[in-house]
Ligand binder design. Structure first.
Ligand code: GDP
Ligand code: ZN
Length: 323
C-alpha cells in the first residue's frame, strides 16, 4: 500500500469512545486519534465505531490525527450495547482467539453466561477457551473438583478448550502463557472472576488494578474501563476488556441462536424441519431426542430456550409499540 503524505496505517490499541490510541504499523510509535464520519455494522448503529484491534488509516489534519478509514475486519466481537439495546458495541476486532474467564465459586458460576458468551464468538468462528479461575477454591473439596470436571466435559465435548487456573496456586498459569504466546487474544469475563490477577500473574509488568482495595495505591496502575491491547513480553497481544455484567441478543433472530449453538447446528440436519427447526415443540427434533439420550447437555438447552424467549419478548414489544 502506498501511503499519502501525512498518512499512517496503524492498529487501534485503546478505544474510549471519544478518542482512540493507535500504534503505528511499522514501529511502536503511538498516536491519539479521533474519528470523522459514521460507521455501521450489521445495519445497526455502533456505540463505538472503531474497536481495539481495528486496522485504520489516519491522516494528520491541522495538527490532529483523524481516523479516515477502517480496513476490512477479519472478524469482530460485538455485543448488544448495555445502555442502548438497538445499538451494537464492539469489544474488539481482528483477534485470533478469545479467553472467557469464569469462576465456580466466589462468585458462583452462572452457566448461562458461558453459553451467552459463546453466542458472541461462534458467529465469527473465533476459537474460545474457557478458563475456570480460582481453582484453588473449588479444588478444596472433592465435590468442587467433580463439578469442574462435569462442566468442563460439557464444553470439551462440543469442542471448546477448558482449563483450571489459579493465580494463587499457580495451576494452569504456564498453560495459559503457552496459549497466549504469539497470538492476539481477547480476554473477557464478569467482574470479580480474577481476570486482572491472572493477567498480572502472566505479565507482572502490566500491573493491572485488582479487586483488592488494600493493594490499590492508584499510582501507575491500569484500570479496565475500556478495552485495551497490551503486548506480551513472550510474544503476542492481549486485549483486556471491562467486566461484562449481562449479555443480551437484540441483534439476533431466533434461528441465528439455533445455528450458533454449535452442537445443535450439527444435529439439526436430522430434525424433521431441518435448518428451520427451533427445537422446541417441533415433532421429530434431533436436539430434543439427544437431550433425553444425554447427547445434548440440559444446561445448554435451558440457556438456549431462555435466550429465544428473551428475543421473542423484545420483538413482541417492538411489534406492539404503536398499538
Ligand atoms: P477481575 O475483576 O476479574 O479483574 O478480578 P480481580 O483480579 O480484581 O480479582 C477479584 C478478587 O478475586 C480479588 O479479591 C482477588 O484477590 C481474588 N482472586 C483473583 N484471583 C484469584 C485466585 O486465583 N484465587 C483466589 N482464591 N482468589 C483470587
Ligand atoms: Zn430440532
Amino acid at each position: 500500500m502506498t501511503l499519502q503524505k501525512n498518512e499512517i496505517k496503524g492498529i487501534v490499541i485503546k478505544s474510549t469512545g471519544s478518542w482512540y490510541r493507535v500504534r503505528a504499523e511499522n514501529n511502536t510509535e503511538v498516536f491519539e486519534a479521533r474519528i470523522v464520519g459514521k460507521f455501521r455494522l450489521q445495519n445497526m448503529v455502533l456505540t463505538n465505531p472503531v474497536a481495539v484491534g481495528d486496522e485504520v488509516m489516519m491522516q494528520l489534519e491541522r495538527g490532529d490525527w483523524l481516523i479516515k478509514k477502517i480496513l476490512p475486519r477479519r472478524n469482530y466481537v460485538a455485543r448488544q450495547s448495555p445502555r442502548q439495546k438497538h445499538q451494537l458495541h464492539l469489544l474488539a476486532a481482528n483477534i485470533e482467539q478469545t479467553i472467557l474467564f469464569v469462576t465456580i465459586v466466589e462468585p458462583m458460576l452462572k452457566v448461562g453466561f458461558i453459553d451467552r458468551f459463546l453466542l458472541m464468538t461462534e458467529p465469527q468462528n473465533i476459537p474460545t477457551i474457557i478458563v475456570f479461575n480460582k481453582s484453588d477454591l473449588f479444588s478444596k473439596s472433592k465435590e468442587g473438583r467433580q463439578f469442574f470436571e462435569n462442566i468442563s466435559n460439557i464444553y470439551q465435548k462440543i469442542g471448546y478448550e477448558t482449563i483450571a487456573l489459579s493465580s494463587v496456586s499457580g495451576e494452569g498459569i504456564a498453560t495459559l502463557r503457552q496459549l497466549l504466546k504469539d497470538k492476539t487474544t481477547l480476554i473477557a469475563g464478569q467482574s470479580g472472576v480474577g481476570k486482572s490477577s491472572a493477567i498480572n500473574a502472566i505479565e507482572p509488568t502490566l500491573n493491572l488494578r485488582t479487586g483488592e482495595i488494600s493493594d490499590y495505591s492508584g499510582k501507575g496502575q491500569h484500570t479496565t474501563t475500556f478495552a485495551e491491547m497490551h503486548p506480551l513480553s513472550f510474544g503476542g497481544f492481549l486485549i483486556d476488556t471491562p467486566g461484562i455484567k449481562t449479555l443480551a441478543f437484540n441483534n439476533l433472530e431466533a434461528l441465528d441462536v439455533a445455528q450458533n449453538f454449535r452442537e445443535f447446528f450439527e444435529l439439526s440436519s436430522d430434525c424433521k424441519f431441518g435448518g428451520s427447526c427451533l427445537h422446541r415443540n417441533e415433532p421429530q427434533c434431533a436436539i430434543k431426542n439427544a437431550l433425553t439420550e444425554g447427547g445434548v447437555a440440559e444446561s445448554r438447552y435451558q440457556s438456549y430456550l431462555q435466550i429465544l424467549e428473551e428475543i421473542e419478548k423484545q420483538n413482541y414489544w417492538e411489534l406492539h409499540k404503536d398499538f
